[in-house]
Design a binder for this molecule. Structure first.
Ligand code: FPP
Length: 238
């Protein structure tokens, strides 16, 4: 296998990175946000077409309010700055997750950034904000049921492919590779449907320290894996 077309990342370990340096957790998130720009550039250079990052989960609202506020501020700051990165990287930005719960100002910034960047295709960056897979699937099911009720879709037409069209990721191919940093071996409600056939790569490196070399290491590990039966399509029959 060559370079994965789509890499999804669970950017874990910001808090521990900060604690190990005697810094507040929010300093870890600030460093983590800086790393997003470094990894976007590296991914593009290595030929990755889609990068999907877990920035804020539906569960993260239960963190201490100052931490939630700091994360929202970092996301807002990223969106303010991203026009330059978007142009430099010819990058299309998308946000997945239920953004209706976010501050209206942040929602506007998301819409603007998505609109401005829609002309680019070199790198597709997707940021998951207020995202949880179960929530995404329930929202998708509701939309699908409404279509059935309005006679726009037959129950017999519901298939894995047609269901995918109702998900937030409808325009994005499924990830080839999932990376989780900082040693945890869980999916944490991230892209559960989309990761059905993805390779997994776990590393002990904390997200702020996950640099170009670490990304390359993950890609090399992916490339050297031998998929039995020669590929995903055949694997589905096993
Ligand atoms: C997990 O680390 C990380 C998060 C919950 C937030 C990820 C957010 C960023 C990297 C910054 C903002 C993102 C963008 C796209 C600008 P943790 O806090 O759970 O760390 P710990 O497990 O060590 O406590």
């Amino acid at each position: 296998m060559g370079v994965p077309q789509h890499i999804a990342i669970i950017m874990d370990g910001n808090g521990r990175w900060a604690a190990s340096r005697g810094l507040p957790r929010t300093a870890g998130h600030t460093q983590g946000a800086k790393n997003v720009e470094r990894i976007c550039l590296a991914a593009k250079k290595l030929g990755v077409k889609y990068l999907t990052l877990y920035a804020f989960s539906t569960e993260n609202w239960s963190r201490p309010q100052p931490e939630v506020k700091a994360l929202m501020k970092l996301l807002e700051g990223y969106l303010d700055r991203c026009q330059k990165t978007v142009e430099e990287n010819k990058m299309r930005l998308r946000v997945i997750g239920d953004i209706t719960r976010l501050d209206p100002k942040l929602q506007e910034k998301i819409k603007d950034a998505q609109q401005i960047s829609a002309i680019y295709h070199d790198l597709n960056l997707t940021i998951a904000i207020n995202y949880g897979s179960r929530d995404e699937m329930v929202r998708a099911m509701r939309k699908m049921c409404e279509d059935v009720k309005a006679d726009k879709r037959l129950i017999s037409e519901i298939t894995p492919e047609s269901f995918s069209e109702y998900l937030d990721t409808k325009d994005i191919p499924d990830p080839d590779l999932l990376i989780r940093t900082s040693g945890e071996l869980r999916l944490s409600n991230y892209l559960l449907w989309q990761l059905a056939y993805s390779e997994m790569y776990f590393t002990d490196i904390a997200w702020p320290d996950f640099d170009e070399k670490e990304l390359e290491k993950a890609i090399n590990a992916f490339s050297s894996r031998d998929r039995r039966y020669g590929g995903i399509q055949e694997e589905k029959n096993v």
